[in-house]
Design a protein around this ligand. Structure first.
Ligand SMILES: Nc1nc2c(ncn2[C@@H]2O[C@H](COP(=O)(O)OP(=O)(O)OP(=O)(O)O)[C@@H](O)[C@H]2O)c(=O)[nH]1
Ligand SMILES: Nc1nc2c(ncn2[C@@H]2O[C@H](COP(=O)(O)OP(=O)(O)OP(=O)(O)O)[C@@H](O)[C@H]2O)c(=O)[nH]1
Length: 436
């Protein structure tokens, strides 16, 4: 089920990021600290009354050197393009400003529901001041205080009440969904075209939350695939579509809807910081990952080139050590046929379920071979392991003291699981829990 998308808009300094952070809370991703991966907090999943949604802080998307008013206009347009419900924030301490009216004007033009939040209403006496904001024309203004966490419940109730009704299932579970991410010009569109070749292409425009996302159905060897957001890869019409943060936002949304993410690199240009950042998003989302080195035709090669490139990738993407690497050329179509089998493999491993008894045999053997080190005289004891989820495979390890599970030991156990079961192409997650 596609999750509804909520976007926060408003002129600078009204408290959008404060509210975003409040709503998102402390969401811990699959790997807490990947060195070198900076997290842009402009997009996150969130939950209210067990309704899940995604939320965008449009204030975090700066549009180059556009002047003040153009900035807020573009941000409002992004909200309209990307969201199902828009949260419009104004500042209760300052009353209605002309910049607020500017935002309102753009929002009127859309048919998206708008919930108006008046921020910085830090105490109940200030509530009378919010009535001025009826003038903005979005009905009842909700008084809130982002910094004190007040009033957000009522605001979110209104947001949820505006979610689109009965969204249909996106695709059948057997259909493998994949997306291509990578910085501009690495060859994502060319690769999609190379894959599609002469095949009949059915482009589906999905109804519901994923506005603007054009997915492509793809059949290979009798199996069905969906290439997620092929439109997002091509589209570059509006001013903000060329900004880096916006493409990050599109990439994050495509990643989220995928089973397998292809991180596309350019052999000609090698690996740069931006590639690392993009790869980090795929990893953090817990998706299966295949690294694609494109433009392999364009470089001088000898028998060592591939090995050298692989070492470079391993060094730059330590956190993606499970991702298989495919070298190909979208231009000449050399080795493009090796890609789909890799996607199949990564996807299968991402959904792998290991029987509990086999799992425990492997872990107990590992522990016997290499017992956990003691910490201040107390030794970690592992009682039992069970797989609690797939996509990615997630294991709960029941222990005496979860704090004794150090990173290096966890890594050791993870490696043993990988040796025993494969898991090529997928992250796996270990969670230490105290046995009750
Ligand atoms: N008094 C008060 N101050 C707040 C509240 N929420 C945010 N602020 C303050 O307002 C300032 C701006 O907050 P941000 O969350 O950065 O605002 P923003 O809208 O994201 O700003 P841009 O990123 O510039 O668009 C900060 O100094 C916050 O501490 C609130 O509920 N009450
Ligand atoms: N030599 C060579 N050139 C390639 C290959 N794949 C793509 N190109 C070229 O690289 C350029 C960019 O390719 P695109 O497919 O548009 O790249 P993209 O990643 O979709 O780019 P954005 O849409 O900007 O994100 C084009 O000029 C392609 O012809 C390849 O395998 N070898």
């Amino acid at each position: 089920m596609p999750k509804p998308v909520v976007a926060i808009v408003g002129r600078p300094n009204v408290g959008k990021s404060t509210i975003f952070n409040r709503i998102v809370g402390e969401r811990i991703s699959i790997v807490e600290d990947i060195p070198g991966v900076t997290r842009d907090r402009i997009y996150s999943s969130a939950e209210w009354l067990s309704k899940e949604f995604n939320i965008i802080d449009t204030g975090g998307i700066e549009i180059g050197d556009a002047p003040f008013l153009a900035q807020i206009r573009h941000q409002a347009e992004i909200a309209i393009d990307e969201a199902d419900v828009i949260v419009f924030i104004a500042n209760g301490l300052e009353g209605v400003t002309s910049a607020d009216e500017e935002v309102a004007k753009i929002l009127y033009r859309s048919e998206k529901p708008v919930v108006l939040g008046i921020n910085k209403v830090d105490n109940p006496e200030m509530r009378d001041q919010i009535y001025d904001f009826y003038a903005l024309g979005f009905g009842e203004p909700y008084p809130i205080s982002g910094s004190h966490g007040l009033g957000l419940g009522d605001l979110l109730d209104a947001v949820i009440a505006n979610f689109p009704a009965n969204q249909s299932e996106e695709y059948d579970d057997e259909i493998i969904k994949f997306s291509l991410i990578g910085r501009p010009n690495v060859g994502k569109s060319s690769l999609v075209n190379a894959l599609l070749g002469e095949e009949r292409v059915i482009v589906s425009d999905i109804a519901g939350t994923t506005r603007d996302a054009i997915d492509t159905m793809y059949k290979y060897d009798g199996r069905e695939y969906v290439i997620i957001d092929t439109a997002g890869m091509r589209k570059k019409g509006k001013v903000y579509e060329t900004t880096e943060k916006y493409s990050v936002l599109r990439a994050l949304r495509a990643i989220e809807r995928s089973d397998v993410v292809l991180v596309v690199l350019n052999a000609e240009e090698g690996i740069i910081e931006q590639d690392k950042k993009i790869a980090g998003y795929a990893h953090e989302a817990g998706k299966a990952v295949v690294i694609v080195v494109n433009k392999w035709d364009a470089i001088e090669k000898d028998e060592k080139t591939m090995k050298e490139f692989e070492e470079k990738i391993k060094a730059h993407f330590l956190f993606l050590n499970y991702a298989p690497i495919v070298y190909l050329s979208a231009l000449t179509k050399k080795r493009t046929h090796t890609l789909i089998p890799m996607i199949d493999l990564a996807s299968e491993n991402h959904a792998m379920r290991v029987p509990t008894n086999v799992l425990n045999d492997v872990i107990m053997d590992a522990v016997a071979m290499n017992p956990a080190p003691a910490d201040k005289g107390v030794r970690l004891k592992i009682y039992y392991v069970t797989q609690v989820a797939v996509k990615p495979p997630t294991f709960v390890v029941f222990v005496n003291e979860p704090e004794l599970m150090h990173f290096s030991y966890e890594r050791f156990l993870e490696n043993r699981l990988r040796e025993a079961f494969g898991f090529e192409g997928t992250p796996i997650k270990l969670i230490a829990r105290a046995r009750k």
